[in-house]
Design a protein around this ligand. Structure first.
Ligand code: 6R9
Length: 663
């Protein structure tokens, strides 16, 4: 292997550089020092197993409740209510109580703008900012229960706005700043948002990128918005409607910096977050107050082993995704974390930017996505090696299955061969982490999310809903309600029941394929619509991708099943060659043959791709997920479908141009 991942391999497979999901045998037991200081201990599993609901009540007691609950769980499947009768305020829990406990001077957010400007926000600062914003929302006519759309870049006001909404009980609907006016309009409309909070623009790739024009367009097309509150970030010119538009610095800055909070019911709606489903209309996933905050603070404390007095935590997600909601805003702040928040892109102004920030702020816990890790692999390990990353002690991964090679690279190059890696499986719908190792407790297996967290019940079932034995594969289901679970799809209970609870009645169907290994550990295999069926054999796109990525000449790979007259489906792979191997594109056929044989050797002849296309880029959504649907169009010689959710809509043109005339 060119990147030296074999050096710490513990199995013969590792020595040979093999690592597809079926044969991954490397193991990373926790170090004695880490285990001794870890928040998580093995008895957590036993306690949760002995009394699951009681265990969640114990976690809920870590929060401040204004009124204690009378009933921990009311389960009228598929509708759950947690901590019934209890009241609390999320913003008080995330901010004020830390100040009252004497931590007002602790930094809550080290914010870094892309151009290099910085802001340091303590918990006392955050308390004043949230109070002012809450007062401003009230002045602008927002009342408890009204929906507020938030369309902001990664600036501190994004977190402040969310907390201010939570404080007054106005559910927010954060829309990722990279989405189009169209996407924003449909989300404003679906939730009938009364207020939009936005900015003139934000910095992306070294230049100001406008946001306000998309809001103007969306507001013009919808009927519910009364006011637009605009943060000045870039100073660029904006169109202004005196009847609707107000500046944040004019309205928020002059408000009193104290605000008396009202406790909200544990089941009061906290936010709506839209996610794509199988139809064109996005689903407004609804989360509520007490159970959600319990779930995200508990998981953040144990899975990232947070020590609020000494850690510097950094989640590199955008606030527009659920990861940003649960693991930048609510979980970390409820736990009094000190965190880094970065506005920009990882390669601006240079490819070492993230590692430079990690070094400067002494980041100890980093939570990021496999797509970013693979990008860093592509750029070369010399870049991170130029920085001192020795403060790092826990690394996390989220968003898609992490290939064993990327996992091992992440641990070796970024984690200095020392840090545990927590591969965290969860979804917008689950609210918080569900399946993940516990650092200091679990012996890690690269590529596997391993076990449901204490308090969570998951199973892998076959087509008829029967649990598969160890060694078997099927569908991932969640078998018991959990506090952070979605409470429904906004305005569409029927779709909620149909989408999640009808495939396997009484159980939540996550839409992911999974396998249980001989130890009963869970390996996520990607969305079930990404599972191929070749000559009656079920083969995961992830498995083939992992095999391809384990080849030294491959940086990234995406695999789809294309309709085939003989085998039902055939495997078509798109690969990006690694740095040096870019010249490989020129090698053409020879490289393709080599890779086909490699996959055949790694998984078996059945998995040998029918076709491998060497490309420069892959089509990805703005959250970094590969859009296999578009690749399937290419593989099946169809005209390429809707590309509006692509981060870069020109990628498909590029791929089409690179296609051999007849592959
Ligand atoms: C948090 C988030 C959810 C889907 C989920 C699955 C995939 C997320 C994963 C993972 C394998 C992991 N996914 N984490 N697959 N291993 N550690 O990403 O939420 O955007 O709603 O996506 O992402 O397919 O079903 P969301």
């Amino acid at each position: 292997m060119s990147d030296g991942t074999t050096t710490r391999g513990t199995s013969s497979a590792a020595q040979a550089g093999l690592s597809n999901l079926l044969h991954e045998e490397r193991r990373f037991p926790p170090s004695a020092e880490f285990s001794a200081q870890a928040n998580g201990q093995p008895d957590l599993y036993d306690r949760a197993a002995a009394d699951r609901v009681g265990f969640w009540e114990e976690q809920a007691r870590a929060l401040h409740w204004d009124t204690p609950w009378d009933t921990a769980l009311e389960w009228d499947a598929p509708f759950a209510k947690w901590f019934v009768g209890g009241t609390l305020n999320v913003a008080y829990n995330c901010v004020d109580r830390h100040v009252e406990a004497g931590h007002g001077d602790q930094v809550a957010i080290h914010w870094i703008g892309e151009p290099g400007d910085t802001r340091t926000i303590t918990y006392a600062d955050l308390q004043r900012e949230v109070a002012k914003a809450a007062n401003a929302l009230t002045e602008l006519g927002v009342q408890k229960g009204d929906r507020v759309a938030i369309y902001l870049p990664m600036v501190p006001e994004a977190a402040v706005a969310m907390l201010a909404c939570a404080r007054i009980g106005a559910p927010h609907s954060v829309v990722f700043g990279g989405f189009s006016a169209d996407a924003l309009a449909s989300r404003i409309d679906d939730a009938s948002a009364k207020l939009v909070i936005t900015a003139d623009g934000g910095y992306r790739r070294g230049a100001p990128s406008a946001l306000k024009p998309a809001v103007d367009e969306a507001v013009a097309r919808t009927t519910s918005v009364e006011k637009v509150l605009v943060v000045r970030r870039t100073g660029q010119d904006v169109a202004w409607d005196d009847a609707k538009d107000v500046w944040w610095h004019e309205v928020v800055d002059r408000q009193p910096d104290t605000h008396a909070y009202e406790p909200h019911d544990a089941e009061h709606p906290l936010f709506i977050l839209y996610t794509s489903g199988t139809t064109a209309k996005p689903k407004g996933i609804l989360h509520t107050t007490g159970g959600y905050l319990t779930h995200v603070s508990y998981t953040h404390r144990y899975v990232f082993d947070l020590k609020p007095d000494s850690d510097v935590y950094w989640c590199s997600a955008d606030i527009g995704w659920v990861t940003g909601h649960s693991y930048i805003v609510y979980g970390p702040l409820a736990n009094r974390a000190t965190q880094v928040m970065y506005e920009g892109t990882p390669d601006t102004p240079h490819k070492g930017r993230l590692w430079e920030i990690a070094q400067e702020y002494g980041v100890t816990i980093l939570y990021t996505a496999p797509t970013l890790i693979r990008t860093m692999m592509k750029w070369g390990e010399e870049i991170p090696q130029g920085y001192d990353l020795s403060a790092l002690r826990v690394l996390g991964s989220v968003g898609e299955p992490i290939n064993p090679e990327a996992w091992v690279w992440y641990r070796r190059v970024i984690g200095g061969d020392r840090t545990p890696i927590v591969d965290t499986w969860w979804q917008t719908e689950t609210g918080g982490l569900m399946i993940s190792p516990l650092p200091g407790v679990t012996t890690l297996k690269p590529g596997s999310a391993q076990r449901p967290l204490p308090g969570i019940s998951a199973e892998v079932v076959d087509d008829s809903g029967n649990p598969v034995p160890n060694g078997g594969g099927g569908y991932l289901v969640l078998t018991e309600p959990w506090p952070g679970m979605l409470r429904g799809i906004w305005g569409d209970d029927a779709r909620y029941t149909e989408t999640y609870w009808s495939r396997f009645p009484g159980r939540y169907f996550a839409g992911d394929g999974a396998k249980k290994d001989d130890d009963g550990d869970i390996w996520l295999l990607g969305r079930v619509d990404d599972v191929m069926n070749v000559s009656g054999h079920r083969i995961s796109t992830t498995e083939v991708e992992s095999a391809l990525v384990s080849h030294p000449k491959v940086a990234e790979a995406a695999v789809v099943g294309a309709t085939d007259p003989t085998t039902g489906q055939a495997i078509v792979a798109f690969v990006i060659p690694r740095g040096d191997a870019a010249a490989a594109t020129a090698q053409g056929d020879a490289l393709v043959q080599e890779l086909r044989n490699h996959v055949s050797k790694e998984i078996g002849p059945i998995a040998k791709p029918r076709q491998i296309l060497v490309v420069a880029e892959l089509p990805k959504t703005r959250s970094g997920k590969i859009m296999r649907r578009l690749l399937r169009d290419v593989a099946e010689n169809r005209s390429v479908g809707d590309v509006t959710t692509l981060a870069d809509s020109t990628v498909m043109d590029l791929i089409s141009q690179q296609l051999p005339a007849a592959a």
